[in-house]
Write a protein that binds this ligand. Structure first.
Ligand SMILES: *Cc1c(COP(=O)(O)O)cnc(C)c1O
Length: 371
């Protein structure tokens, strides 16, 4: 065996996405202790930079030391008590996982279902909230990576407020790719991931909680089932002035990476980052159309960073081979369809550092040759 040296691949799937070289460099800097005063300063900067990325003043904003799925669990484990009714919107894979989280927390999941490839219907949510006045939380996925659909976070949060519910929003794929306005929309709990539009390695999950959410957690009657994800314990490590107490050993160098990637977001500016994703999405769409390919999702709900491409019937028998060839001969990864959409779509990501003219060209040229 030798040192592992993978060659460079263009990652245009549903994540991980390619990493900005500045982020990779930051990761390779010397390790320091997880309670070193310099590290505590870094943690405080990460929290401030995350507040910018999330457009929030929430004090409780920090990265969970584990991938996006752990951010999801953090939200549900802390906010849902046994017996609580939670309205879960399911229009793809990740909404299904939210439902699973509610059940495992002992909650009762009320499901509002929409077809894969369409957004969560605010009308259906409103009807369900009216029919279930005892619902405590509304949970939905802002950017459904399994289908490439963006739902209306603002409208859904407004409905939740009108029915005196808290909101949990999955922003794993939306953060830094399309507007995510935690405070303006009044979202109570949100989680994201480092490896999508933040151009950072996988393994960290930024989360943010409103004062209302914290109040709700304080009033719990039962202890939080998970020790690791219990916010009241994690906070002794992530907040307070001066000394912090040991909770777990933070993935130090991964935090260097997240810090650098968040600096990149701030330097570019969120508005510019959103515009860049849109611009390259438009170029990709135009090129795909020239190849005779069209997108699954209707225009107003399309995520620029996650493009679901309908596979023409003639290509369906070869679709897996086409992806294999792209990876083997072009070092290009695109995503397959999941669940109901397996074999029917490809998922082409333009996330963060990967939302570039170069990636659009690489992808279109390779697809043209292979098709
Ligand atoms: C990727 C993703 C997750 C899970 O993140 P991991 O880092 O893979 O655990 C959750 N929700 C959505 C919408 C995602 O795209």
């Amino acid at each position: 065996m030798n040192s592992f040296n993978p060659n460079f691949k263009t990652l245009m799937g549903p994540g991980p996405s390619n990493i900005d070289p500045r982020v990779l460099q930051a990761m390779s800097r010397p390790i320091i202790g997880h309670l070193d005063p310099q590290f505590i300063d870094l943690m405080d900067e990460i929290k401030a930079l995350l507040r910018y990325a999330y457009q929030t003043e929430n004090a409780l904003t920090f990265p969970v030391s584990a991938p996006g799925s752990a951010g999801m669990e953090t939200c549900f484990a802390n906010l849902v008590e046994p017996g609580d009714k939670v309205l879960v919107c399911v229009n793809g894979v990740f909404g299904g996982r939210m439902k699973e989280n509610v059940i495992r927390c002992g909650g009762e999941a009320v499901i509002v279902e929409d077809a894969w490839g369409t957004p969560v219907s605010p009308d259906k949510v409103e009807d369900a909230l009216k029919a279930n006045p005892d619902v405590k939380i509304l949970a939905f996925v802002h950017a459904e990576t399994s289908t490439g659909v963006c739902s209306d976070g603002e409208a859904l949060a407004k409905l939740a407020q009108e029915h005196d519910c808290l909101t949990i929003m999955d922003c794993v794929t939306s953060l830094a790719g399309v507007p995510v306005m935690i405070d303006d929309w009044g979202i109570d709990a949100a989680y994201s991931g480092s490896q999508k539009c933040l151009s950072c390695p996988p393994g960290l999950s930024p989360v943010t909680f409103s004062e209302r959410a914290i109040e709700h957690i304080r009033k719990r009657n039962t202890p939080i089932q998970s020790w690791f994800l219990d916010l009241s314990l994690v906070m002794d490590y992530w907040s307070g002035d001066g000394a912090r107490s040991y909770h777990h050993t933070a993935p130090i160098n991964a935090m260097y990476a997240l810090h650098e990637s968040l600096l990149l977001v701030r330097e570019e500016g969120l508005e510019a980052a959103w515009a860049r994703h849109k611009q390259h999405h438009a170029a990709l769409k135009a090129g795909l159309e020239k190849l005779g390919l069209s997108l699954l999702v209707e225009e107003p709900y399309r995520l620029p960073q996650m493009n679901s491409v309908l596979i023409p019937d003639a290509l369906k028998p070869r679709e897996a081979d086409i992806r294999k060839t792209l990876l083997a001969e072009y070092n290009l990864e695109i995503g397959a369809g999941l669940g109901a959409l397996a074999g029917k779509i490809w998922r082409i990501g333009l996330m963060g550092f990967g939302a570039s003219e170069e990636n659009v060209r690489t992808c279109l040229n390779a697809l043209e040759e292979v098709l």
